[in-house]
Write a protein that binds this ligand. Structure first.
Ligand code: NAD
Ligand code: WQD
Length: 342
């Protein structure tokens, strides 16, 4: 069975391609390489023994999207990762974000309709909850006004998908990820932040390895046990496996509703200082950090209610925070080694 993975050379996409190929699926990737590179295909092949098919096109281009999907007549399902994802950048470039994330989605859904492809899995985000009133946050929680144009593209995308499903042409699952971190145990694939990382964990590992001088901890006056914000970090391989489960659920007609939404988190929250402590423990490295002002737009605390995903998908995140931090560190060490060998 052939699955189309958009954004398949990206961070979460590449880990998912590995899991899909491991589960026996044939994979076609569409990516414009705006935030990833072609060598990821070699790494996927090294891990799985097989190259995925690859189409370098931009999903904003309707003609190319139609042409490529039409060419692969036997696609059974689509997992849509391709998007721009930098929250801060989206505030400065809202139109680019709406254009990239929404035009891509619309072109993709239109091409699926034309080719009668009926199964769709979408990368959504816990950002749609904003600061929830109740924790842990369940899929039923009301969505808050988005904090950023990026977050708004996820809310609007979910609505577009629901409206499309309501026309009866397809079934879909939206997966709301919490904070994905870590890398594949092979250290052949992982996150490749371009420039200065926005996210906590790549900033920690880059500081520890000497690329950055020190980590700024954004605020310690939140209402949490140590004053720093709480997030639900999830290992990227756990996340990737959930996509295989979601695809199987659609293909094997195990879904309960034509459009379903699941949280993908561990259900456990960690403060920034707890994440640092875990990193220091598993890496044996002291981290240079300093407390600074809050980062505008940051919420105080969020972690996932995992009951629905655990029960309905039969999926559970397995890796704990120490595993995640060790895997992120091993990835940073591998990146350093590969740079030195170039
Ligand atoms: P990523 O940037 O590593 O991967 C996205 C891929 O999509 C990249 O390879 C990029 O080149 C490609 N792409 C972007 N626009 C494209 C276009 N118009 N046409 C073709 N390809 C295009 O990001 P990621 O972290 O792997 O995220 C994957 C998805 O998960 C995104 O939709 C993101 O919004 C969502 N998500 C990510 C996180 C996170 O923290 N990483 C959290 C929640 C949700
Ligand atoms: C985590 C914590 C920071 C960097 C973002 C997106 C969200 C989703 C996941 C896509 C926060 C603190 C961070 C640093 C710090 N992505 N921090 N110093 O903001 O929870 O979520 O990625 O959908 O939409 O907003 O993740 O890793 O940036 O921050 O103190 O240099 O680490 O304040 O408390 P965030 P993050």
């Amino acid at each position: 069975m052939k699955i189309l993975v958009t954004g398949g050379t990206g961070y979460i996409g590449s880990h998912t391609v590995v899991e899909l190929q491991g589960a026996g699926y044939e994979v076609v990737i569409i990516d414009n390489l705006s935030n990833s590179n072609r060598e990821v295909l070699d790494s996927i092949a090294k891990i799985t023994g097989k190259y995925p098919l690859f189409e370098e096109i931009d999903l904003r281009n309707q003609k190319d999207t139609f042409r490529v999907i039409n060419k692969h007549q036997d696609i059974e399902g689509v997992i849509h990762f391709a998007a721009l994802k930098a929250v801060g950048e989206s505030v400065d470039k809202p139109l680019e974000y709406y254009q990239n994330n929404l035009f891509s989605l619309i072109n993709l859904l239109g091409s699926m309709r034309k080719n009668s492809i009926r199964n769709f899995v979408f990368s959504s985000s816990c950002t749609v909850y904003g600061q929830p009133d109740k924790l842990p946050v369940s899929e039923q929680a009301p969505l808050k006004k988005a904090e950023s144009p990026y977050g708004n593209t996820k809310k609007i995308s979910e609505d577009i998908i629901e409206d499309t499903v309501n026309t009866g042409i397809m079934k879909a699952i939206s997966l709301r990820y919490f904070n994905p971190i870590g890398a594949h145990p092979s250290t052949l694939i992982g996150e490749l932040p371009i420039g200065v990382p926005n996210n906590l964990v790549p900033y920690i590992t880059q500081t520890a390895i000497g690329i950055r001088d020190f980590l700024k901890v954004f605020g310690n006056d939140y209402s949490t046990p140590d004053g720093t914000p709480i997030r639900d970090y999830i290992h990227v391989t756990d996340l990737a496996k959930a996509h295989v489960v979601a695809v199987n659920r659609l293909l094997k007609d195990q879904f309960k509703k034509d459009y379903e939404i699941f949280n993908l988190g561990t259900g456990k929250g960690y403060t920034v200082l707890e994440v640092i402590k875990s990193f220091e423990k598993v890496s044996g490295t002291k981290l240079n950090y300093t407390i600074v002002e809050r980062r505008p737009g940051d919420i105080e605390k969020v972690w996932s209610d995992t009951i629905f995903a655990n029960k309905e998908l039969g999926w559970k995140a397995e890796k704990g925070i120490d595993d995640m931090m060790l895997s992120a560190w091993n990835w940073e060490l591998a990146l350093k080694k590969s740079k030195e060998n170039k």
